[in-house]
Design a protein around this ligand. Structure first.
Ligand SMILES: Cc1cc2nc3c(=O)[nH]c(=O)nc-3n(C[C@H](O)[C@H](O)[C@H](O)COP(=O)(O)OP(=O)(O)OC[C@H]3O[C@@H](n4cnc5c(N)ncnc54)[C@H](O)[C@@H]3O)c2cc1C
Length: 162
């Protein structure tokens, strides 16, 4: 698409998703119209052959906890390195622990993704159950508790109803 084609599509999608058309009448682009992919990416067991990944390089969460997670990675890795002279073992322990807490964070993020972005009939059922709970403040505290959120089956069923 040309630049103006992209802009027209952007206006059309905006109107289709609820923006009043008259807000956009006469609107012009003041800069590049661009976006970046927000897909979650992560590395399983972020340690190989003397190289350890921390922060976004190890896993890139999308619900506002990337910096906290980066600091946690640094803390967990440095604690492991200080606990033993065997840095291979320390790095493997860090990677295993990262898998555990990043996995928990990923689980709770996937719940919120289902609530807010799943457009299927299953998503509608989940929203019917979960949105009244969120309105009462009964939502996972992703940015506060993050990877320490309880993510067992009972917690999932309580929030999503499935
Ligand atoms: C739009 C946006 C909003 C965000 N909002 C939040 C939020 O509200 N809360 C939150 O907790 N997190 C948020 N994050 C995530 C947070 O910024 C990241 O998770 C965090 O900065 C990751 O830290 P890092 O050190 O792993 O990576 P970075 O901060 O990306 O640091 C990597 C550094 O490496 C440098 N670098 C890259 N390649 C090379 C190279 N070849 N040689 C030398 N240097 C190199 C880069 O220039 C950069 O300075 C947000 C991120 C974005 C993009």
């Amino acid at each position: 698409l040309s630049g103006s084609g992209r802009l027209k599509d952007f206006f059309r999608f905006s109107v289709e998703s609820g923006v009043p058309a008259d807000w956009l009448a006469g609107a012009v682009a003041r800069g590049p119209l661009a976006s970046f992919e927000g897909a979650a990416r992560w590395v399983e067991h972020p340690y190989r052959e003397g190289v350890v990944l921390v922060g976004d390089a190890a896993g890139d969460p999308s619900f506002g906890c990337g910096l906290s997670l980066t600091l946690r990675d640094v803390r967990v890795l440095s604690d492991e390195l200080l606990a033993t002279e065997d840095w291979h073992t320390a790095a493997r322990r860090y990677a295993a622990e990262h898998d555990r807490y990043f996995g928990a964070l990923h689980t709770v993020e996937s719940w919120m993704t289902a609530i807010f972005f799943d457009l299927s009939p299953e998503g509608d059922r989940i929203r019917a159950h979960a949105l009244p709970l969120l309105a009462q403040g009964k939502r996972p505290d992703i940015t506060g508790v993050g990877p320490d959120t309880v993510t067992d089956d009972a917690a999932r069923i309580a929030l999503l109803g499935v």
